[in-house]
Design a protein around this ligand. Structure first.
Ligand SMILES: Cc1ncc(COP(=O)(O)O)c(C=O)c1O
Length: 359
């Protein structure tokens, strides 16, 4: 269904960063997509407008009770000049699930996709082309009703902003150092860890800050109950290669169902690499390392696609070095495959890429 989206072009283009040093999420493009939802009007007034502040009542529910959800996806400029999105309907599906969990309403798939496409088209000249770069898109859904009683908001704002980005941990595929977090938790059973709620990230900040002070890039999250089972790595899903088997924790309510996790599972299956989705303890990982069977650890996510882990910090005086601190062959091959696919260098056998028309 074609949606009528009004477009207001900016008259004051923002300064362009150079592609060499984009970092992650530091710059915002010229435009944004926005629309509102009310009980009476439903979703209305979809529009692309110059990037600007939101008008938000100080009593809005997002500011008090944290009714906030977001998505993270990327538009890639291919070597052929075409622009492609990676499985955008998966991001919509997760937004939809998250909206139900947080008692909000998400826009329909058509509106979501057309909002994304129109914004990417409006800011097409913000899509970088150097290897590792992309235009990161941040669809966001918030409760906007000014009301202080604790109940679901009856009004929402949905908006999408865009940010040209380099690689997540810098512009290379260097293995990262990860701290095994034993005190703080990201998510608990029955909570909101399986949806992309802003609150999950608020709860993760202190652990990440302390890990950085110790010289680690991020943390390995363990289950909140027994501090035994591995769940995620920073803002990525996690995979271990033990012997010739790849193991990843099963989704069970506390782990975010990553778009890249799903994609990597499909790619491993297509390559006939033995994959187990099962609970895995940090002790099993340690024992596998000590026996010489822990061959690779890698995280997966939109931001970094596939990110090898070179060192796991079990404690102040016990570091596990994985594959001599170098990227392993499976992570390397998957990273290359996904990057080539996203940049249109290989045929899209999986049917995952959506081309942005009109660029
Ligand atoms: C906590 C967490 N886990 C996993 C992921 C990976 O999800 P995706 O592959 O959809 O980017 C993310 C998002 O980036 C995340 O924030």
């Amino acid at each position: 269904m074609e949606i009528d989206i009004a477009i207001e072009q900016t008259t004051e283009p923002r300064p362009r960063p150079t592609e060499e040093n984009l970092g992650f999420g530091r710059y915002f493009s010229d435009h944004m997509f926005v629309m509102e939802h009310s009980q009476v009007m439903g979703w209305h007034a979809p529009r692309v407008v110059p990037y600007q502040s939101l008008r938000l009542d100080p009593g809005a529910s997002v500011l008090h009770y944290g009714q906030a959800l977001f998505e993270g996806m990327k538009a890639f400029r291919g070597d052929d000049g075409r622009v492609r999105l990676f499985r955008p309907e998966m991001n919509w599906k997760r937004l939809q699930t998250g909206a139900q969990r947080l008692c909000m309403k998400a826009p329909h798939l058509d509106v979501f996709l057309q909002g994304v496409l129109r914004l990417v088209r409006a800011d097409a000249d913000w899509i970088p082309s150097k290897p590792g770069t992309a235009l990161y898109l941040r669809p966001t859904l918030i409760g906007s009703e000014p009301f202080l009683g604790v109940r679901p908001s009856e009004a929402y704002i949905f908006y999408i902003i865009a940010s040209p980005v380099g690689g997540y941990y810098g512009d290379s595929v260097e293995p990262v150092k990860i701290w095994v977090e034993r005190e703080y938790s990201r998510a608990a059973r029955g909570g909101i860890g399986a949806v992309k709620a802003g609150g999950n990230y608020a709860s993760s900040l202190l652990a990440a800050t302390e890990a950085k002070k110790r010289g680690f890039a991020q943390v390995l999250w363990l289950d909140s109950c027994q501090k035994k089972y591995v769940e995620e790595v920073g803002t990525m899903n996690v995979f271990f290669r033990i012997g010739d088997t790849v193991v990843t924790p099963p989704l069970g309510g506390t782990i975010l169902p990553g778009v890249m996790r799903d994609s990597i599972i499909q790619l491993l299956e297509a390559r006939h690499i033995r994959l187990e989705q099962r609970p895995i303890t940090i002790d099993e990982v340690t024992e596998a390392h000590d026996k010489g069977d822990l061959r690779e650890i890698f995280g997966t996510g939109t931001a970094a696609s596939v990110s090898p882990v070179g060192v796991l910090g079990l404690s102040e005086d016990r570091l596990l070095v994985v594959n001599e601190g170098r990227p392993g062959p499976i992570a390397t091959e998957l990273y290359k495959y996904v990057t080539d696919l996203q940049h249109g260098r290989i045929p899209d056998e999986m049917g995952w890429m959506m081309e942005v028309p009109g660029i």
